[in-house]
Structures are given as C-alpha cells and as structure tokens.
Design a protein around this ligand. Structure first.
Ligand code: FES
Ligand code: FES
Length: 153
C-alpha cells in the first residue's frame, strides 16, 4: 500500500504493508532514526512522534493510519518554537544522559504543553508518565518541562 504523509515538512510516500508499525516505517523506510525503539508494546514511549500534532506511540500505530497526516519527529522541531524551548530546558537541567529516551520525552512534553500551557509540576509528571528513562531518575526531566510550563503562564 502507498502511504503518503508529511514528514517534518517533506511530503513522503512509502510502499509498505498497511499494518507495518509506523515506528518501523519511519526508521526503516524513511531513515528517521530519532524515532527510537525499545519495546513493541507501548510501554516505553521512545517511539513517540506527533501525528497531526498529537503525541502517539508509533509502535502501536499501523502505517495506514498515517496516510494523509503530518508526522513530526524531534528532527523536525525548528528554532524559536516551543519544542526547541523544551529541548533547551532539558539540556540546561542536565536532564539527559544517554539521550535514548529524549526524543520521546520532548514530543510528549510538546504535545501536552500545546494543549495545557498552564500545566503545573504534577500535571507534567502525569503527562510524561508514559515515557520511560533508565538513566535520569525523572526529576530533572520534570524540572525542565515544568520550567517551560511556568514560562508559558
Ligand atoms: S517502542 Fe513504542 S512505546 Fe516502546
Ligand atoms: S537519558 Fe538514558 S534512557 Fe533517558
């Protein structure tokens, strides 16, 4: 099946089985390696992208569902945007170590803050609850995103 979507601003068409996980389409057919894979069951969040602006775990999304939609990976985040603010805050708070989880956290945070700019620290903790980090202990990540939220108020 031909699946066409906007990938970080570029119209992209791939010929893939409709049930192929979007994560694998992005990594294998589009070379979008910022989309990570660490489980196959929606438990880690490392494969998160924005699908028409909403954070989704792409290991759970069949390719056919992306047809006609926009897909934003962390590579598509531009300077001067809220997504860049989140990335900068993570760096400033030393909230990443190996960085494997970071693209997923950035996109989950971006999607959430877009919907709820008045989020407080506990809102942020809850919003990022679907993303797993093996390195940081989470607190610095929460600090970083909560700081961005505070600046939005
Ligand atoms: S790889 Fe998709 S949630 Fe873990
Ligand atoms: S920084 Fe290593 S998994 Fe999060």
């Amino acid at each position: 099946m031909n699946v066409t979507f906007d990938l970080d601003g570029t119209e992209t068409t791939v010929d893939v089985p409709p049930e192929k996980p979007l994560r694998d389409v992005l990594r294998e057919d589009c070379d979008a390696k910022s989309v990570k894979d660490a489980c196959d069951s929606g438990r880690c969040g490392s494969c998160t992208v924005l699908l028409d602006g909403t954070a989704v775990k792409t290991c759970l999304v069949p390719a056919a569902q992306a047809d006609g939609q926009s897909v934003t990976t962390v590579a598509g985040i531009e300077d001067g945007t809220l997504g860049r603010e989140v990335q900068d805050a993570l760096e400033e708070h030393f909230a990443l170590q190996c960085g494997y989880c970071t693209p997923g956290f950035v996109l989950s945070a971006l999607s959430y803050l877009d919907d709820d700019p008045s989020a407080d620290r506990e809102d942020v903790r809850s919003a990022l609850g679907g993303n797993v980090c093996r390195c940081t202990g989470y607190e610095k990540i929460i600090d970083a995103v909560a700081d961005v939220a505070a600046d939005l108020e």
